[in-house]
Design a protein. Structure first.
Length: 300
């Protein structure tokens, strides 16, 4: 299967590895070995670790060993919690969750990134300048949405409320903010890629399995995290459920592969090229909740 994903930046790779490493700890040696799979040099890895530490995104716990910093860990846990649609899905002219940020500043780049990330993760789109909305179909309603937006980094000064009764022109523009057919097609295509990879995973050696599972899994989980959770009939909710099931199964296999690589593979990278049959990998059993890979990024 041809890979259509780009190599990760060392910053994102290290943060994501900290989410799957044993006890969420990663040694500098493990970081160097993991990044080498993607052609990232040791000096770049060590510079990145130093910058992440200075920014408070990682912190040293022992000599040469790191974990997520408090802020990054809280964000990762919040994203992993996820949002779920409620049983009653709103469509058409039904109420919408609205966020108004028009009065907030735009000079603080860190605040802007956090704002964009929070709005993106909850699937809000800009209708008018500074006015973002989504269908009011999330479990817990606007109160839960407001609380989660704040935890994800939206400024407390932002107004979060429910609105309805938009004029006809805004109703038409609101309905066009999301391409439901494209979302449904993307779920089906990604599901096919993940299931195709799982079907051949047992034939792969450890290093290519680790590299490919990261690239595919990272893209799929990012797609899941930034899914707007639109209701039917705007999207095919059955296709979304099947996509989620495939991501969960793939994530379980990826976790097993990367835990094995961090435990066994790094020490052998320089000593041998050939891999014996026992070094083949297969999909893991069980289906834990996906780790929130790539969630410390802003939506593209």
């Amino acid at each position: 299967m041809r890979m259509h994903t780009m190599n990760p930046e060392p910053r994102h790779l290290i943060l994501n590895l900290l989410l799957v490493a044993a006890q969420r700890r990663l040694s500098a040696r493990e970081a160097v070995g993991a990044c080498a799979l993607f052609g990232i040099r040791e000096n770049s890895v060590r510079v990145t670790l130093a910058r992440l530490s200075a920014a408070g995104l990682v912190e040293a716990v022992d000599r040469g060993e790191y974990r997520l910093g408090p802020g990054a860990a809280r964000l990762a846990d919040e994203v992993a919690t996820g949002a779920m649609p409620s049983a009653g899905c709103a469509t058409g002219t039904a109420p919408r969750i609205v966020v108004h940020v028009g009065d907030l500043g735009r000079s603080d780049r860190a605040a802007l990134r956090a704002r964009d990330r929070a709005l993106g993760i909850l699937g809000l789109r800009e209708l008018d300048r500074g006015l973002f909305l989504r269908p009011d179909n999330l479990a817990g309603g606007v109160e839960a949405a407001r609380e989660r937006l704040l935890k994800l980094g939206l400024e407390p000064e932002a107004a979060v409320f429910v609105a309805h009764g938009f004029d006809a022109a805004r109703e038409r523009r609101a309905a066009a903010l999301w391409d439901g057919r494209a979302l449904t097609q993307a779920w089906r295509e990604t599901r096919g890629r993940l299931e195709g990879w799982l079907a051949r995973a047992a034939s792969l050696a450890l290093e290519p399995a680790a590299r490919e599972s990261y690239l595919l899994g990272n893209a799929a989980i990012r797609q899941l995290v930034f899914d707007p959770l639109l209701p039917a009939p705007l999207v095919d909710v059955d296709a979304r459920r099947d996509f989620l099931d495939a991501v969960v199964r793939f994530d379980a296999a990826g976790h097993a592969i990367w835990n094995r690589f961090l435990r066994d593979g790094i020490g052998r990278r320089a000593s041998t090229r050939a891999r014996p049959a026992s070094d083949r990998v297969g999909p893991a059993r069980g289906a834990p909740r996906p780790a929130p890979a790539a969630t410390l990024e802003t939506p593209s």
